[in-house]
Design a protein around this ligand. Structure first.
Ligand code: NAD
Length: 426
């Protein structure tokens, strides 16, 4: 198939490279010239394990090309995936700026084009594919030969290539046979047919929000049990290991800690909560999920203060900046929120380390009280108080923490050699 992908970020680039690995020809479109140029040089603009090698492979076979031109990409292809951001506004409502712009540009490029399918892969609330994307594209293109679908993405950053190539399931929201058959034949190469779920477009949109809200809820639930466990002197991990062994519950996403971040969970739960209220459906569950998540950092700060006293004037090492390990993504990272909080508490200096996310973190947080340090040993040599904020594999070496006062936000170590060790919820 000839496929165009609008938006070459974490979702667009990894799924597009996944399609190319199955020998489809893929055109990437982005407004960011730097990304377009990098992809055309077979260099990945983002970090994902295995992505750059895969990009090099498909690039060398002539299966991928990036461009700033919608016209070029759409005219050369038969199906277009939209993978641009869908952020949340301050009031919690979904921000459709990108989706609307992209729909107008696709509409322009589809004037006089023969049969074409437009698939929304971005996370959008029920109704948006039909009422916004389809409406704008039809209005601008005046073309009746366009078919629409919604295909939510479930990849996990840090495991994106693995998830793209071996998805648990594929959800396809469609309203006609043509789009259904095309998408079925595309995805049959990735997953067995009984794991491809065909449903109405709005249902597919709701699947994505329900999944993310449920996973977020599991994390906040564990954090709430973690608060209780902490006060009772119980190890919440021991409890959750037992709870999670129940097949009906499952052990995943039951790790208590600093909470969830990233570009999806916080914004999707906020958007779902706002949307639910706008339909006059009573809902306090998701507000609670967000509230617990937001206050986990304060819980850790309180524990730190109870051990070392006021944080005023203290020098502190923070390990980990990305929102989770194996990614350079710092969007909504708890670690950066924690550093801001330490500065609010008048810490004298924060020495921040991460194996790959420092450059992104610098763009988000630059402050004279924060020094970014690329070398782990160097970072650890700067101060005695250490906070582990992201569970990178390299932080698991107990020897690193000899004689340190360690506060562990993710239960990364046991603190065997630390002078003092305390976990957030254990
Ligand atoms: N990141 C994830 O783990 C993940 C997982 C599942 C779903 N999603 C959803 O997928 C969507 C994309 O997320 P992402 O993390 O890939 O975002 P991203 O920010 O990494 O990438 C988006 C890309 O779109 C480009 N872009 C913006 N406006 C454009 C325009 N008008 N034309 C062409 N390109 C444009 C940006 O330059 C950027 O490269 C969101 O709706 C998100 O909620 C993300």
């Amino acid at each position: 198939m000839r496929i165009s992908i609008i938006g070459s970020g974490y979702v667009g680039l990894t799924t597009g490279v996944g399609f190319a690995l199955k020998n489809h020809k893929v055109w990437f479109v982005d407004v960011d010239k730097r990304k377009v140029d990098m992809i055309n040089r077979a260099t990945s603009p983002i970090y994902e394990p295995g992505l750059e090698e895969a990009l090099r492979e498909v690039h060398s076979k002539g299966l991928v090309r990036a461009t700033l031109s919608y016209e070029e990409a759409i005219k050369s292809t038969e199906i277009t995936f939209i993978a641009v951001p869908t952020p949340t506004k301050d009031d919690g409502s979904i921000d459709l700026r990108f989706i609307e712009n992209v729909s107008r540009s696709i509409g322009e490029a589809l004037k006089d084009k023969d049969k074409h399918i437009v698939v929304v892969k971005s996370t959008v609330l029920p109704g948006i594919t039909e009422n916004v994307v389809k409406e704008i594209i039809k209005q601008v293109s005046k073309n009746d030969n366009i078919y629409f679908a919604m295909n939510p993405e479930f990849l996990r950053e840090g495991r994106a290539m693995e998830d793209v190539l071996n998805p648990d399931r594929v959800v396809i929201g469609v309203e006609d046979e043509y789009a259904k058959e095309k998408l079925l034949s595309l995805y049959k190469d990735f997953v067995s047919e009984d794991r491809i779920l065909i449903m109405p477009i709005r249902s597919a949109e709701l699947v994505k929000y329900s999944s993310n809200a449920f996973l977020s809820m599991k994390i906040s639930y564990s954090n709430l049990i973690g608060r209780l466990a902490k006060r009772l002197g119980i190890d919440v991990y021991e409890v959750m290991d037992a709870v999670g062994m129940d097949k009906r519950i499952g052990r995943d996403f039951l790790n208590a800690g600093l909470g969830f971040g990233g570009s999806c969970f916080p914004k999707d739960v906020k958007a779902l909560s706002y949307f639910t209220k706008s339909l006059n459906v009573r809902n306090t569950l998701w507000e609670e999920v967000l509230e617990i998540n937001e206050t986990q950092i304060g819980e850790l700060i309180n524990i730190m203060k109870s051990v070392v006293g006021s944080l005023k004037g203290k020098e502190i090492v923070v390990l980990g900046l990305s929102f989770k390990p194996d990614t350079d993504d710092i969007r909504e990272s708890r670690a950066l929120k924690l550093i801001k909080k330490l500065i609010d508490e008048k810490a004298e200096k924060v020495y921040a380390h991460d194996p790959i996310a420092i450059d992104n973190a610098k763009k988000e947080l630059s402050h004279d009280k924060v020094e970014y340090i690329y070398d782990l040993q160097d970072a650890l040599s700067r101060a005695d108080i250490v906070v582990i904020a992201t569970e990178w594999e390299m932080y698991k070496n107990e020897e690193l923490y000899k004689d340190k006062i360690v506060f562990d936000g993710r239960r990364v170590i046991r603190g065997e050699h630390a002078r003092y060790y305390e976990g957030l919820s254990w």
